[in-house]
Design a protein around this ligand. Structure first.
Ligand code: PXP
Length: 251
């Protein structure tokens, strides 16, 4: 069964919009609480909770990830940059998995995939540190052969294929080409023995096609679920996405 990791970063984005300078990130009038969001998502059947602790701390704060580690019952997936500070934090926090992502201070959200080829020594060192600690590593990469092949060579057990370009192309002429790129990437990752996940830009519409990609283990979905939760509540938003993950275009 295809699993759902719910990315709750944008719950924290909303909190920070008002309480960035409050000095505390929980308690009193400080809302919304990402931990409460995570627990509601679990209640509705989320298989895991994903957070990105960015260097600029624009949404999730360190306190949030520790509270999540103590309170959630499913898996905690920590998205992080390949930096010594984040490696040290992951080794202390011990999330169930880490997803290595590129980080650029100017970007609104994660833009391209991690350039495993260009950053080989840094990625290799991070994967080795996580493997030694028994923390599963996933590499968030564009669905391109050199990135996939090197991910396997560096012994990262999982990859997360970046679905952002496909999502951007959804209403454009290159949608089929971007879908095919993902399909080939998923096939190649599977062939090399990698667990294949996908994420970024997946929503309640494109999920009908995304879920047809072969060999998928888990989808990480954030913005669309948090957005829908504003109207329906968290549990309904998660249940609806789960239901759509089971259906395909041909159903
Ligand atoms: N996967 C990764 C690695 C991401 O960086 C993000 C966005 O932070 C997501 C999945 C979720 O993307 P979205 O919020 O567009 O669903």
């Amino acid at each position: 069964m295809l699993l759902l990791g719910v990315n709750i970063d944008h719950c924290a984005t909303l909190r920070q919009a008002r309480y960035r300078d409050a000095g505390v990130t929980v308690g009193g009038a400080v809302e919304p609480d990402p931990v409460a969001f995570a627990l509601a998502a679990e209640q509705a059947g989320a298989d895991g909770v994903t957070v990105h602790l960015r260097e600029d701390r624009r949404h999730m704060q360190e306190r949030d990830v520790w509270r999540l580690r103590e309170s959630i019952a499913t898996r905690l997936n920590l998205e992080m940059a390949c930096t010594p500070a984040m490696i040290a934090l992951a080794l202390k926090l011990r999330p169930d998995s880490v997803c290595l992502v590129p980080e650029n201070r100017q970007e609104v959200t994660t833009e391209g995939g991690l350039d495993v080829v260009g950053l080989r020594p840094r990625v290799a060192e991070t994967v080795a540190a996580m493997n030694a600690a028994g923390i599963v590593t996933s590499l968030f990469i564009d669905p391109d052969e050199p990135q996939i092949a090197l991910s396997a060579e560096l012994k990262a057990p999982w990859i997360e294929l970046h679905t952002g370009a496909y999502a951007q192309a959804y209403y454009k002429a290159n949608r089929a080409a971007e879908f095919e790129r993902l399909r080939r990437g998923a096939e190649r990752g599977h062939e090399l023995g990698l667990v294949v996940n996908a994420g970024h830009g997946i929503n309640y519409v494109n999920i009908a096609e995304v879920r047809l990609l072969p060999h998928l283990h888990e989808l990480n979905i954030g913005h669309s679920i948090v957005s829908r939760a504003l109207f329906t509540g968290v549990e309904e938003a998660v249940r609806e996405m789960r239901a759509r993950m089971k259906k395909g275009l041909r159903d």
